[in-house]
Write a protein that binds this ligand. Sequence first.
Ligand SMILES: [Zn+2]
Length: 482
Amino acid sequence: MKYDVVIGCEVHVQLATKSKMFCSCPNKFGGEPNTRVCPVCLGLPGSLPVPNSAALEMAVKAGLALGCSIAPITKFDRKNYMYPDLPKAYQISQYDIPIAVDGKLSVRTGEGEREVRIIRAHLEEDAGKNVHALGADGRSGVDYNRAGTPLLEIVSEPDLRSPAEAAAYVASIREIVRALDVSDGNMEEGSLRCDANINLWVYEGGVKHATPIVELKNMNSFKSIRQALEYEVERQADEWREARLTMEKGSKRTRGWNEERGVTVLLRVKEEEADYRYFPEPDIRPIALDREYVEGLRSSLAELPEARRERYRKLGISAQDAEGLAASSVLAFYFESVVEEQADAKKAASWIMGEVRKYLNEKGLADEDYPVKAPALARLLALIEQGTISNTQAKVVLVAMADSGKSADDIVREQGLAQISGEAALLEFVEKALIENPDSAANYRAGKEKALGHLMGQVMKLSRGKANPQEVEKLLKKRLSE
Ligand SMILES: [Zn+2]
């Protein structure tokens, strides 16, 4: 059976504004149920929504970063449906004039690069949350704290061709909104959510058949995005083999991912657009986004991860380190500060992605809480460069610096770690090793290169590991060739 997988994504990003989309209630995750609510986000009669200008600004920034055109005039519409978590029985969204349209995003996966067209990005308000199995009698309730949280919905064309590509696409969006500081992109808390539309193009008898589209919901992690889509590919292939179902009007279904059972389950027949009876929101006037405003935001955009990666690669940093640094704006800033202190970029990158990250993981610290300041790390790297301490010693010193807050110089002095270097200081050990190991010396002179390793080991032992190995090697070779 020959087929292509066809996936399009709808990504919902909660914007990190201080207040909600249309009222001044705090926009914060969690909290005692129904404590962050007011007449506007509860949809009480007579209340009036006022659009949040910070949310508009964030939406424009995200739209620009996704290569979209920004609408000169945008407006809000009512999307009507009844559900307990939606107190007004409509959601304020954007229908025919979204804030941003026609963008594109390049997504890199192990299999290569994929250009994904972005159809639109529009602003809307989040719904509340239904909570089930409360108390001893298992009641259900609704928490409206989330109602009215600003959401940016980013809709892609069905340009993704595998579950791995879809996961990489969502990861790219998350990276961008984090770099722009418009969302924390936290999938566990629902700040970033993805629904995916998936079907197969089956090629049989020289004809392309499209299977019915399924909209997949409830994918709360990158792992579940991949697993749910992989499951759905197999399920749709089986369905084609058994029933030869093809896409037609009204055949779209919504299925939810059940993480525990590892299956997708049918939720409902998908509503058609007409079911929502969209109409312009009469309480909010259309909003003009003039050129000056948009261009001002464009010029203030933070450097995007892809551009940063490219710049780092040009500094000669390994692709893996560049990738890791670009993914965290905190570590990227730290790296650049270390390099500003005259540290070698390649070495600084590998220390940060290696030892610094290892320390953060072991202590369970956030990137911004790493205790060693940039100039202190740069000084440590300089001590290695000068040959004062070895690379191995420096790793121990860095941990001690992070634990104690002391400088590299203090720790090296206190622990007596400084390497012994310089011909005058090393010659004593070298001579002693040559006298005590005449056979190794003779073997080396007879062409057995391996014998040098033994002599090196002896010198290190005599110096209690403090001799500078590069200098010892040079000195030994010099003495043996005389
Ligand atoms: Zn409110």
